[in-house]
Ligand binder design. Structure first.
Ligand SMILES: Cc1cc2nc3c(=O)[nH]c(=O)nc-3n(C[C@H](O)[C@H](O)[C@H](O)COP(=O)(O)O)c2cc1C
Length: 181
């Protein structure tokens, strides 16, 4: 069983999620290749049984590279198991935001870019970092997000990691089983 994990990450959150998924699957006997599409390309995906594609979300958008990957490999992916995941702010926003994120960041991406249904999709949190300096856009988004985070009881003076690692690991284990089927 071989699995490929490809991802696009702007601030590192989905990169760490992808690494953890790879580690869990590797421990469960799946041979995993991990490719950061913002740094490397992958030409041939024929020898993989399962392909996992993930991205961080900014202003409701995936990173470009994994979307390009999905488009370019649409016909090759037709005969494979495909899973999608995102890392986004929605898990802190309550049920309505989470439902909206499932529609916009996962189901819509799947229906627009895949020929069939994905075997699984994962919606995960990210990191709030008041000290990160990623430019003006980041600062503005953080300022806007701050109120929402505070409503959820988050102390926004500190770095806050709202990725649920238990949930991520559980998802990875489930994918390891799917890869072996
Ligand atoms: C500038 C900026 C814009 C963001 N826009 C959204 C958004 O529109 N929707 C959302 O759910 N999360 C949003 N987030 C939260 C990110 O999706 C979250 O931090 C994610 O973990 C980023 O993944 P990455 O580190 O892999 O890029 C935004 C974060 C930043 C910094």
């Amino acid at each position: 069983m071989r699995a490929l994990i490809v991802f696009g990450s702007r601030y590192g959150s989905s990169a760490e999620i992808a690494e953890e998924i790879g580690k869990i699957m590797g421990n469960e006997g799946v041979e995993v290749d991990l490719v950061d599409l913002r740094k490397n390309k992958i030409e041939n995906i024929h020898h993989y049984d399962l392909v996992i594609v993930g991205s961080g979300i900014k202003m409701a958008k995936w990173t470009k590279e994994p979307l390009k990957f999905l488009k370019k490999n649409k016909s090759a992916l037709k005969d494979k198991k495909v899973a999608l995941f995102v890392s986004c702010g929605a898990p802190l926003g309550g049920k309505e935001k989470i439902d909206e994120a499932w529609e916009l960041y996962l189901k819509k991406i799947a229906s627009e870019n895949l020929s069939g249904e994905p075997v699984s999709m994962g919606l995960f949190g990210g990191v709030f970092d008041p000290d990160a300096n990623h430019g003006l856009m980041y600062k503005m988004a953080m300022k806007m997000a701050k109120k929402g985070y505070e409503k959820q009881g988050v102390d926004t003076s500190k770095r806050y990691d709202y990725r649920n690692w238990g949930e991520i690991r559980e998802w990875a284990s489930k994918l390891a089983e799917i890869a072996k089927e």
